[in-house]
Design a protein around this ligand. Structure first.
Ligand code: SAH
Ligand code: SF4
Ligand code: F3S
Length: 435
């Protein structure tokens, strides 16, 4: 048999891309490709890209430029661009970068094996369809190879919300949910490979409708999967937090007490201009109901500063909302103009104003995160151990609140959920003693 061909995938952007990269590697595995962790010596390089902000999208072109010497060394090297930049700029990528052999969008990557046949003959291949055939039907079961204790599982794709700043409805298409029985089967396959915690993914995961009782119905179905110990989901829209899902946070033992619920802004004027279809008050009401159901839940959010038209008072309203919620985790961004979105037509704020606001926002969020992390000291948490830590004898994992937590422990805690008493709080992690 000939040596296996080496596949290197670089993943940008969100967790859904991480999941897609795994599935692409598995699909190409059927064609004799084995994944490697370096671009040097690879036979195929895929850049699985993100289009959400300008910087992310432009990075792809500079990374492509850096691959040129590798192609000079190995003329048989195939270079592909996949993901959201591929979807948004397909033809343009081929034009700007002659190095690229293959461009495939997020909905068509099940066709990669056939596209590989085409490019091996020296042709170029481009597929940015939103095809009728379901990629998950073609991809079928997961690889049986042993893997780590945590995994992502895409259950819903696309978005119908059309926030005025966002490219996702264009790059990922309309909302589609996978049927619950298929998701449960994939979860069982993952558990057989060693997975103990699954994070259900969707651009709007709580709009999931592949089960008659929505995402809550799916979570309860997964609660029955033997060997699966933890369930998480991301990302949710405040308007789709239905009663059953809120209730599940109080009663479903495998559902972890962590919720990522982006709000973007605390100003009703800006929320309206963003087409978010909720107010600061309605968001705070949802949060209050979730906290009623699960008082210890750790909340996370996304924020955009400097959306067109944002005044100092609008920005202060965002800070007020943050003070009211108290986030244990957060992601914040300067507004980035995305071609083709409604907000791109509006006059932009000066960069220095955005920079200054982002700094103030992040200072507040960092303080909240640090306080919540410190409040864990002295408490007992449950840690799913994932890998060895930095020092000898140390193991590291995640608590139920998703805090990275390390403790001295034997190797066999790997893949197990164990009780840990927290003794210290560092910058980005907690330290504790195994009980
Ligand atoms: N579907 C999710 C996540 C979408 S993208 C949601 O609705 O929350 C992840 C985050 O990127 C968004 O929540 C938003 O905060 C940020 N984002 C999206 N478009 C952006 C843009 N044009 N500029 C800056 N940040 C953006
Ligand atoms: Fe983008 Fe809004 Fe959809 Fe989230 S809900 S993916 S921010 S359009
Ligand atoms: Fe980026 Fe596409 Fe995810 S634009 S954030 S990779 S859905």
């Amino acid at each position: 048999m000939s040596d296996p061909k080496k596949l290197f995938i670089k993943t940008y952007g969100c967790q859904m891309n991480v999941y897609d990269s795994e599935r692409m590697a598995e699909a190409l595995g059927g064609k004799g490709y084995v994944q490697t962790d370096t671009a040097d010596g690879a036979d195929m390089i895929l850049l699985n890209t993100c289009h959400i902000r300008e910087k992310a999208a432009e990075k792809v072109y500079s990374d492509l430029g850096r691959l040129k010497p590798l192609k000079d060394l190995n003329p048989n090297l195939k270079i592909g661009v996949t993901g959201c930049v591929a979807q948004a700029e397909g033809q343009e990528i081929m034009r700007r970068s002659p190095l690229v052999d293959l461009v495939v969008g997020p909905q068509s990557y099940h066709r990669l094996p056939a596209m590989d046949d085409a490019i091996q003959t020296g042709a170029k291949a481009l597929d940015t369809d939103f095809p009728e055939d379901d990629k998950f039907d073609t991809l079928k079961s997961r690889s049986k190879a042993k893997r780590g204790p945590t995994a992502f599982l895409t259950v819903q794709e696309g978005c119908d919300k059309f926030c005025a700043f966002c490219v996702v409805p264009y790059t990922r298409g309309a909302e589609v949910s996978r049927p619950a029985d298929r998701v449960v089967r994939e979860a069982q396959e993952l558990v057989e490979s060693g997975v103990r915690e699954i994070t259900l993914l969707g651009q709007n995961v709580n709009a999931y409708h592949g089960h008659e009782d929505g995402l809550a119905g799916l979570i309860w179905a997964l609660n029955e999967v033997d060997g699966l110990e933890r369930i998480r989901f991301t990302t949710s829209h405040p308007n789709d937090m239905d009663d059953a899902l809120i209730e599940a946070h109080g009663s479903c033992s495998k559902l972890m007490p962590y919720l990522h619920l982006p709000v973007q802004s605390g100003s009703d004027k800006i929320l309206k201009a963003m087409n978010r279809k909720h107010t600061a008050e309605s968001y705070l009401k949802v949060i209050a109901r979730i906290r009623d159901a699960r008082p210890d839940i750790l909340l996370s959010g996304d924020f955009i500063v400097g959306f067109p038209g944002e005044t100092e008072a609008d920005f202060e309203a965002t800070l007020d909302l943050i003070r009211a919620v108290e986030y244990g985790q957060a992601y914040s961004f300067k507004y980035s103009t995305r071609p083709g979105t409604p907000a791109a037509e509006k006059p932009q704020l000066p960069d220095d104003v955005m920079d200054e606001r982002l700094q103030r926002l992040q200072a507040l969020l960092t303080e909240q995160q640090r306080d919540i992390q410190r409040s864990m000291v002295g408490r007992e948490v449950d840690v799913l151990f994932e890998k060895k830590g930095r020092t000898e004898g140390q193991m590291i994992g995640k608590s139920q609140y998703l805090h990275a937590t390390y403790a001295d422990a034997p190797m066999d805690v790997l893949g197990q959920v164990r009780r840990v008493r927290i003794t210290q709080s560092g910058t980005n992690s907690l330290g504790g003693e195994l009980l």
